[in-house]
Ligand binder design. Structure first.
Ligand SMILES: NC(=O)c1ccc[n+]([C@@H]2O[C@H](COP(=O)([O-])OP(=O)(O)OC[C@H]3O[C@@H](n4cnc5c(N)ncnc54)[C@H](OP(=O)(O)O)[C@@H]3O)[C@@H](O)[C@H]2O)c1
Length: 315
């Protein structure tokens, strides 16, 4: 098969299309003919050689943790899915490599509803799993006021909608250019950065019960002050969290309770017109380097997606 891959660490320019070995599903996995792939911060870190797993990463490496496509091989023990089904989900990058290829093996997935475009579906997996896991950990439900720091990005834009669907009121931080976007997702927007606690109080939206730190940009003390204690705060990206009594939720492959069940729930919400995966730009595989460059350029609203339809060697 052909894949977008890199054979050395570096900037976006190290990405190139080339031949790669076909993956096959193990027990409990499915292989898809990939249509679309989301670009995530972990893809950027792996490519740049900035990930802690740099030394164990086999090169060439195929980036892309999230993908959507059509099942063409089913692993042992998989019930309820067969060849020809349209699905979206995530790969286990550490074991199988990424998804920017003609074929990829998904570790977890859900049926793609007709209401979800291929672009949305390819970008959904990690954001939905992560947001679900974090909201579960916090116990977000009816009547909660939840503050999300970093609410306009890939994970945040999904977390806003999933929290709102649970009946929570959501205050979300973003740079001012993204406030209309955030309000459209159902959040009360407020600017991120120092002085956050004061700006949130000035909204007059009442007490904040829970806070989710998506950005990992140094706001934990303000989130603790607003909620009244570290037990009401979860961070996804600030490694100083545990030292302050804040839970750090690290990821879907770590063995902690995970949010995989969120994919089917998000698909159901999408079918009812209550959920979308915001996609800000779609690039063909031949322009994967531009996709990686765009993924780190603000204002980041939702996801960047790579469409594999026109890849050399593809159908
Ligand atoms: N622990 C886990 O399981 C897990 C899973 C997935 C992701 N993550 C991590 O979570 C983080 C966010 O992921 P993502 O996919 O949502 O990234 P993303 O799409 O790049 O979004 C990041 C968002 O943070 C905003 N931001 C920038 N500076 C900020 C600041 N000082 N305060 C508050 N917000 C700020 C950005 O806004 P502008 O662009 O407008 O500046 C952007 O909207 C990354 O570090 C990622 O590695 C963790």
């Amino acid at each position: 098969m052909f894949a977008v891959q890199f054979d050395r660490f570096g900037g976006p320019e190290v990405l190139a299309i080339g031949p790669a070995a076909d993956p096959h599903p193990g027990p409990g996995e499915v292989r898809i003919n990939v249509r679309t792939v989301g670009v995530s911060p972990v893809d950027i870190a792996l490519r740049a050689g900035a990930s802690p797993s740099r030394d164990s990463l086999a090169l060439p490496h195929i980036p892309g943790v999230d993908a959507a496509g059509v099942i063409d091989e089913v692993g042992a023990g998989v019930d309820g899915f067969s060849a020809g089904d349209e699905v979206f989900g995530s790969v286990d990058v550490a074991r199988l490599g990424g998804a920017s290829a003609q074929f990829a093996v998904l570790a977890f997935w859900a049926a793609k509803p007709a209401s979800m475009s291929w672009e949305e579906a390819g970008a959904a997996g990690t954001s939905v799993e992560t947001a679900t896991r974090a909201l579960d950990l916090l116990g977000v439900g009816e009547g909660t006021t939840l503050l999300i720091d970093g609410a306009a990005g890939g994970v945040g834009s999904v977390a806003v909608q999933l929290a709102t669907a649970r009946g929570a009121r959501v205050i979300g931080t973003a740079r001012p250019e993204s406030h209309t976007f955030l309000a459209g997702l159902g959040a009360i927007p407020v600017a991120y950065g120092p002085g956050l606690a004061e700006r949130v109080r000035a909204l007059g939206a009442g007490p904040v019960g829970l806070a989710l730190d998506v950005a990992g940009a140094g706001a934990l003390e303000e989130l603790i002050a607003l909620t009244g204690g570290p037990a009401a705060v979860v961070t996804l990206a600030d490694f100083t969290g545990p030292g302050r009594g804040v839970r750090l939720s690290r990821g879907q492959y770590g063995g902690e309770p995970d949010g995989r069940h969120g994919l089917a729930a998000a698909a159901a919400l999408s079918s009812r017109g209550r959920f979308r995966v915001p996609v800000r730009e779609v690039f063909p595989a031949a322009r994967a380097a531009e996709a990686h460059a765009a993924a780190i350029r603000g204002p980041r609203q939702g996801k960047i997606v790579i469409d594999l339809a026109g890849m050399p060697g593809g159908d």
